[in-house]
Design a protein around this ligand. Structure first.
Ligand code: BTN
Length: 296
């Protein structure tokens, strides 16, 4: 896979990202909430998403809205991203109308060391929603990739970014419905994606109702986040639930660190700070950020 790609859903015919000015795309439809808030009395955090047609990146847009004063619980959902971003500086490609492309604004009233809980909470809410609306059991690959199917292929990824004034934006991209002809013949980028990723419809064997899945994910997120902000026990519980869903624990892994160092070992745990613990034979290494490949 090229270094600047990340597994996601396809870029669509002719890979529009390659041919358009990526900064130009922000044609919007259905915006119901002004950038700085201004919600009506029925608005509830997390469960009243703003629907966008086309945007560069929902994460970038939400970081801008956060800087303009948007409140916690502001959520953007886009049909299509022209400059979707993945972890570690990679791109996130989507097939227009086939994914959930969602960003959620948190303003955590807790120590920065605990902010990782937001990403894990979003991943767990997506797992809940998959079970509830598709019947699929989805697992996590550390830190927040979601895997589905017998061979554990990536169906979703999470990108958390910190903005000004204690803003934390967590974006999630879920591959829901891939076209039958994906990857198109001769499209190397698409072939790279399809080598390790898949879509929920392919695993479920039928079309996924994106609206139902997104709505369930946001409801579960709202419940889970109120629990997390409610106390220490609930916070500890999130990480223990995460560990129960984490397919990385117990696996032989190759870890690629952001500084290009690579090592192998056995993933033995994820601590309450969200760090992966890897037994490398002579010691346990603690991984804060990086890419993990399940090697067996
Ligand atoms: C990963 O690399 O696995 C994380 C991918 C995160 C993609 C989502 S799609 C919605 C949001 N907007 C972005 O630009 N990225 C995230």
């Amino acid at each position: 896979m090229p270094d600047d790609e990340t597994v996601g859903s396809p870029a669509g015919e002719g890979s529009p990202q390659a041919t358009r000015d990526l900064r130009a795309g922000s044609k919007r439809a259905g915006i119901s909430v002004p950038a700085g808030g201004g919600h009506d009395a029925t608005w509830r955090p997390f469960v009243n998403p703003v629907h966008l047609d086309e945007i560069g990146s929902t994460n970038s847009e939400l970081l801008a809205r956060a800087a303009a004063g948007a409140p916690e619980g502001t959520v953007l959902l886009a049909e299509r991203q022209l400059a979707g971003r993945g972890r570690l500086g990679r791109r996130w490609l989507d097939h227009p109308g086939g994914s959930i492309l969602c960003s959620i604004l948190f303003r955590p009233q807790m120590a920065v060391e605990l902010w990782h809980l937001a990403g894990f909470t979003v991943a767990l809410a997506a797992i809940d929603a998959c079970r509830e609306t598709t019947g699929l059991e989805v697992a996590c690959k550390w830190p927040n990739d979601l895997l589905a199917g017998a061979d554990g292929r990536k169906v979703a990824g999470v990108l958390a970014e910190i903005g000004a004034d204690r803003a934390l934006v967590v974006g999630i991209g879920v591959n829901c419905n891939w076209p039958a002809e994906f990857p198109p013949e001769g499209d190397e980028v698409a072939a790279e994606i399809a080598a390790t990723a898949t879509s929920l419809d392919r695993v479920a064997g039928g079309a996924i109702d994106r609206d139902a899945l997104a709505a369930a994910m946001l409801e579960r997120l709202s419940e889970r986040w109120s629990a997390v902000t409610g106390g220490e026990r609930a916070r500890a519980h999130v990480m223990s639930e995460y560990r129960g869903r984490c397919a990385t624990i117990g696996r032989a892994v190759r870890v690629e660190l952001p500084d290009d160092e690579t090592f192998t070992g056995t993933a033995v745990d994820v601590d309450d700070r969200g760090r992966l613990l890897v037994d490398v034979g002579y010691c346990i290494r603690t991984v804060e950020a990086g890419d993990v490949i399940h090697v067996r």
